[in-house]
Design a protein around this ligand. Structure first.
Ligand SMILES: Cc1cc2nc3c(=O)[nH]c(=O)nc-3n(C[C@H](O)[C@H](O)[C@H](O)COP(=O)(O)O)c2cc1C
Length: 283
C-alpha cells in the first residue's frame, strides 16, 4: 500500500483501552510503511460522522481497519452500527480486528466480516487479540493479564505488513468468511442467540451513592454511547453497553458495582471453552 495509491483508515471503539492500543500499533506500522493514516474513535461523538464522510470522499481508495472489543461473544453495537452505515460497493478493502478477554472471541470477527462483505468490501485480513478482561480491572489476576504483550504487538505489525504487501500487489482474493467461523456451528448458533441486550439482566447492577456523587459528569464524558443523563444524579439509558467506564472512571468512586459473582461465572466459562490460539491473524 503506497501513500499515493491507498489511504489507511482505522476506526475503533475501545471503552477500556485494549482495542485502542491495537489501533495505535496498526497506525504506527502503517505510518512506518509510508501510508497516510486517519484514525477515528467511535467513543467520541463526532468521530463516526467524520469517518463516514472521509470514506465517502476516498471512494475505493482506502483500506479500513475496524476494531471492536468482544462483549458476550459479539462485536459491540457502536462498531456494528458504524459498519451498517458504510456506503455500498465502494470496492474498498477492510481488515476487522477484535480484542477479547480470555473467555471467548465468539462470533465477533465473523459478524464484522460478514457485515463488511455484505457492503461489497473486500476483507483482506482479520485478527483476534487477547487482552486483559475489562470487567476484571479490580482483580489481582484478571483473565488475559499482560496482553496485548510486546510479542502480540509484533504479530499485529506482521499482519499489517502482510496486508500492505497484498494491497500493493493488487491482491483481490480476500479472506473467505468461513475462515472466521472457527467455532462449531452449534456453538455459533448459541452465541448468536445470546445478545448483549439479552444479557443485560445478568450484568452487575450499578448504584449511585448520592452522598459521594458531585455531578462532575466524568461518567458521562467517558461513556462511549452517550447514555448517561443527570436527574439530578447519573442515570443509565437504553444504549448502555455495560462497559463500566462510568464505574472505572468515577473520581469519587460514587458509582458502585459488585463484580464478584460475575467474575466466577466468567472464569468458569473461560475454563469450559478454553479457546486457543490467544492471538490469531488471518491474511
Ligand atoms: C460487558 C462485557 C462483556 C464481555 N464479554 C466478553 C466475552 O464474551 N468474551 C471475552 O473473552 N471477553 C469479554 N469481555 C472482555 C473484553 O472483550 C476485553 O477485555 C476487551 O479487550 C476490552 O476491549 P477494550 O479495552 O478496548 O474496551 C467483556 C467485557 C465486558 C465489559
Amino acid at each position: 500500500m503506497t501513500a499515493q495509491a491507498k489511504k489507511g483508515m482505522i476506526v475503533y471503539c475501545s471503552p477500556a483501552g485494549a482495542t485502542r492500543h491495537v489501533a495505535q500499533v496498526i497506525e504506527k506500522k502503517l505510518t512506518e510503511l509510508g501510508t497516510e493514516v486517519s484514525v477515528f474513535d467511535l467513543g467520541k461523538k463526532e468521530d463516526e460522522a467524520g469517518a463516514i464522510s472521509e470514506i465517502q470522499n476516498a471512494k475505493d481508495n482506502f483500506c479500513l481497519f475496524v476494531g471492536s472489543p468482544v462483549y458476550v461473544s459479539h462485536a459491540i453495537p457502536p462498531v456494528m452500527n458504524f459498519i451498517s452505515k458504510l456506503p455500498e460497493n465502494t470496492g474498498a478493502s477492510a481488515v476487522p480486528f477484535v480484542t477479547w478477554g480470555g473467555v471467548t472471541s465468539g462470533i465477533a470477527l465473523w459478524e464484522m466480516g460478514k457485515a463488511l462483505t455484505e457492503k461489497g468490501i473486500n476483507m483482506i485480513g482479520a485478527t483476534k487479540i487477547l487482552a486483559t478482561h475489562s470487567m476484571m480491572w479490580r482483580s489481582e489476576n484478571p483473565l488475559g493479564n499482560g496482553h496485548p504483550s510486546p510479542e502480540d504487538d509484533k504479530i499485529i505489525q506482521d499482519m499489517v505488513r502482510h496486508v500492505c504487501e497484498n494491497l500493493s500487489a493488487d491482491f483481490t482474493k480476500g479472506i473467505p468468511l468461513s475462515e472466521l467461523a472457527y467455532y462449531p456451528e452449534e456453538a455459533r448458533v448459541q452465541m448468536a442467540n445470546i445478545t448483549l441486550k439479552a444479557a443485560k439482566g445478568i450484568m452487575p447492577k450499578r448504584e449511585v451513592d448520592e452522598k459521594l456523587c458531585t455531578k462532575c459528569e466524568v461518567c458521562s464524558d467517558v461513556c462511549p454511547t452517550d447514555s448517561v443523563r443527570f436527574s439530578p444524579f447519573p442515570e443509565f439509558g437504553d444504549n448502555c453497553i455495560f462497559c463500566y467506564n462510568c464505574v472505572r472512571n468515577c473520581p469519587e468512586e460514587a458509582i458502585k458495582a459488585d463484580f464478584s459473582l460475575v467474575e466466577e461465572r466468567i472464569r468458569d466459562r473461560a475454563k469450559q471453552l478454553s479457546e486457543k490460539p490467544f492471538i490469531q491473524i488471518f491474511v
